[in-house]
Design a protein around this ligand. Structure first.
Ligand SMILES: O=C(O)CCC(=O)C(=O)O
Length: 297
């Protein structure tokens, strides 16, 4: 079990409403960073400790070393990563910031942006709004906690936010997400539509173990990694604990939809925290290694 520190004050709630994000220097300890780096390396080598596979693995040894490596929903495969991704502190923080009665995980991501190699920088991630991809949920507002596992900087391709852009309105999904020719193209169009001539960009420049929380309609993305170090991060994309499926469930989310109900199954969308103690009961024994996926006995 690895501890996550994300206390939220009244000033934080006000800053989040105004800017659309919070940045923290330290969310997890240096020891936890080391532990998660190892868990991440094992996951990209195909080692899944719990015995279950993640939902999506977008890179394996032998693939192009220049592309950003990604795994989605690794929490079910690795208890150490799960203890951070599914932490109660994260659930409580995102719920408080958004005025939700609780929070559940929509999806996690491991992101590994490679270092400069053969004169080629590690790839960009196109600027987008997370909630543009959440038409399958109601309410569709997302909120994302992002934890850096390396010291991150603008030169190293860290995440960039456009301050207060969550107030600009709602655009659709962008074209290419990984390594687009111009990672700010859709964002510039949105700024123009919102009549914002000079958007204020803020980089999440923090030591390993620090990170950020951002609003589901905030424009964000990241530039090339021009340093000699990888840029690794662990991401929890959350929804309100009250979120339900809409009719736009689509290709990816159809696989989690139960018949005759729009309720989201906690086995796939675990509840991290609610104000009345509704955290999914399997999380603690799972992350402590006391409960496994196969039936006991
Ligand atoms: O890590 C990045 O560069 C972007 C990640 C992202 O889009 C997110 O966490 O919502």
């Amino acid at each position: 079990m690895l501890d996550v520190a994300l206390e939220i004050t009244t000033e934080d709630v006000e800053a989040f409403a105004r800017d659309g994000f919070l940045i923290r220097e330290r969310i997890i300890s240096p020891e936890a960073v080391d532990y998660l780096r190892n868990a991440m390396a094992r996951s990209f080598e195909g080692g899944f400790d719990s015995g279950l596979m993640p939902d999506e693995v977008n890179w394996k040894p032998g693939d192009d070393p220049h592309v950003t490596r990604q795994i989605c929903n690794v929490w079910k495969s690795n208890q150490a990563l799960a203890s951070v991704i599914l932490s109660e502190a994260t659930g409580q923080a995102v719920a408080r910031l958004n005025g939700w009665p609780g929070a559940r995980l929509a999806q996690d991501n491991l992101l590994w942006k490679p270092p400069m190699r053969d004169g080629q920088p590690g790839g960009t991630l196109g600027m987008h709004q997370d909630s543009a991809y959440a038409g399958w949920a109601e309410p569709r507002l997302m909120c994302t906690a992002w934890i850096a596992l390396d010291d991150v900087s603008t030169e190293g391709g860290t995440m960039e936010f456009a301050r207060a852009s969550h107030l600009w309105g709602h655009a659709g999904p962008i074209g290419a997400f990984h390594n687009p020719a111009d990672y700010k193209e859709a964002f510039r169009r949105a700024a123009e539509a919102a009549c914002v001539a000079k958007p204020e960009m803020v980089s999440v420049a923090v030591p390993a173990g620090g990170g950020s929380i951002h609003h589901g309609w905030l424009w964000h993305g990241s530039g090339p990694n021009r340093t000699g170090n990888p840029r690794r991060s662990v991401v929890s994309h959350c929804l309100s604990s009250e979120a339900r499926f809409t009719d736009e469930v689509g290709y990816v989310y159809s696989r989690y939809k139960r018949l005759d109900t729009d309720a989201m199954d906690e086995a796939f969308f675990p509840v991290l925290w609610t104000e009345d103690g509704g955290r999914s009961s399997f999380i603690e024994p799972f992350v402590r290694g006391e409960r496994r996926w196969h039936a006991e006995g």
